[in-house]
Design a protein around this ligand. Structure first.
Ligand code: SF4
Ligand code: SF4
Length: 407
């Protein structure tokens, strides 16, 4: 595997010295040869929680194959043992820090998308899903994936009830020992006359072989989300929060917000850290997946996940962030989408805005925006969507703003 490169990892000089100075001690995990445990200031491993009916004990922060490869050894050392979108790794690109461990020490997830279109226009095809995973297993050399995850999920409860393609593909693969557990990553589909994610997940808990779900969850979002997380816990159904860093990235570059944050009452509680603590202080939630670009972010997230309890400074920092977000950062709740006579995918457009402003992934956001059949310019300024928005967003103006940014 490549040696850590402080430039490509986005490490600053202080980080790199900290890593280098600690020497080669503390290498408890087999094969993790790049970064010593002491370098990360690790005093204890990340907490692990039961991932619902899968029975897997997964780290409270899950990793992803699109993380910077240079931070992965440190994440492994810190106890990250579950890897999202692992089908992106081949036998040649799978990080040494992961594959050098005994196979049962880590969990790999393969995500399976609809075919013949995107998450809205594509369809479920048992044979193609089956072949996709079979080929991914062969390419990766890992033997099997622990979790088969239906990416973006069902459009509606009716589809989950009547279309067995995903479950059939999973069952065939499971029989061959190529996958072990069935989970879903569920979005809202109100805009195409489907159902909300929490309603679909509630259905799956009682009527299907699915064992866990991943969905949007952030500070201040609708009550139905925390209710579904509590229900899932009761029913031993695993839950992973995604897209949680609402407004954190844009707040980090906002001069006014940063000057407010300098007040002593927010001391030691940057919003990103407070958000991780808030997520993991919920004992009903299994884990969170948080985009991690560099060493600093990983360090902060790990420390917050280990603490997992909120201080009053953390609460105040999140309230400050919520006030900053009001009127400008979408909750991705989809409450507005059914109101739009032009059937504009408002929540998708504002999700792409998040990629640009919060994750600083402008090219990805522009590429996604380009795929829309109707973009922000289709808005006729009727205002029908406005009463639905609890986040007080002036959607008309926002669509124009986003089009200027991404169009
Ligand atoms: S104002 Fe624009 S986005 Fe809102 S409902 Fe009317 S057309 Fe749709
Ligand atoms: S614009 Fe408002 S109503 Fe629409 S998805 Fe975002 S937060 Fe929800």
């Amino acid at each position: 595997m490549n040696k850590p490169n402080h430039k490509s990892a986005g490490l600053n000089r202080r980080d790199f010295i900290r890593v280098g100075a600690a020497g080669a001690t503390g290498m408890a995990l087999a094969g993790v040869g790049a970064l010593p445990a002491a370098a990360a200031g690790q005093t204890k491993l990340l907490p692990r929680r039961r991932y619902g009916r899968t029975g897997l004990q997964i780290s409270a922060l899950v990793g992803a194959s699109d993380w910077n490869p240079d931070v992965i050894p440190l994440a492994v050392q810190a106890g990250v043992n579950y890897w999202h979108k692992a089908q992106n790794w081949t036998a040649a690109t799978m990080p040494e820090a992961i594959k050098s461990q005994p196979r049962e020490a880590y969990y790999l997830e393969v995500v399976v998308d609809r075919v013949g279109g995107d998450n809205k226009t594509g369809h479920i095809d048992e044979e193609q899903h089956y072949q996709f995973v079979k080929q991914a297993v062969a390419r990766s050399g890992v033997g099997y994936y622990d979790v088969f995850k239906f990416h973006f999920g069902y459009h509606s409860i009716a589809e989950a009830r009547t279309n067995p393609g995903i479950v059939n593909a999973f069952n065939r693969l499971k029989k061959e020992g190529l996958v072990k557990h069935l989970c879903i990553s569920q979005h809202h589909y109100k805009e195409i006359n489907g159902d909300m994610a929490f309603d679909i997940v509630a259905y799956l808990m009682d009527h299907s072989p699915f064992e866990a779900a991943q969905f949007f969850h952030t500070y201040g979002d609708q009550k139905e989300i925390s209710d579904i997380i509590a229900l899932a816990k009761q029913k031993d159904f695993g839950t992973i929060a995604m897209k949680s860093m609402r407004g954190v990235g844009r707040a980090a570059t906002d001069v006014k917000f940063q000057s407010l944050l300098a007040d002593p009452r927010y001391k030691g509680s940057p919003p990103a850290t407070a958000m991780v603590k808030w997520l993991l202080s919920n004992p009903n939630l299994t884990a969170a997946v948080i985009a991690t670009k560099n060493f600093d972010q990983l360090q902060e997230n790990l420390a917050a996940a280990r603490a997992a309890t909120m201080s009053c400074h953390d609460r105040q920092a999140l309230d400050l962030l919520a006030a900053f977000n009001k009127g400008q950062t979408c909750l991705l709740c989809s409450a507005c989408v059914t109101r739009c006579p032009e059937e504009i995918a408002i929540a998708d457009i504002l999700r792409y805005e998040r990629y640009a402003l919060d994750y600083h992934e402008l090219s990805r956001a522009r590429a996604e925006y380009k795929t829309l059949t109707k973009n922000g310019t289709a808005c006729i300024a009727c205002g029908d969507c406005l009463p639905a928005c609890n986040a007080d967003i002036n959607i008309l103006a926002k669509l124009k703003e986003v089009h200027n940014l991404l169009g």
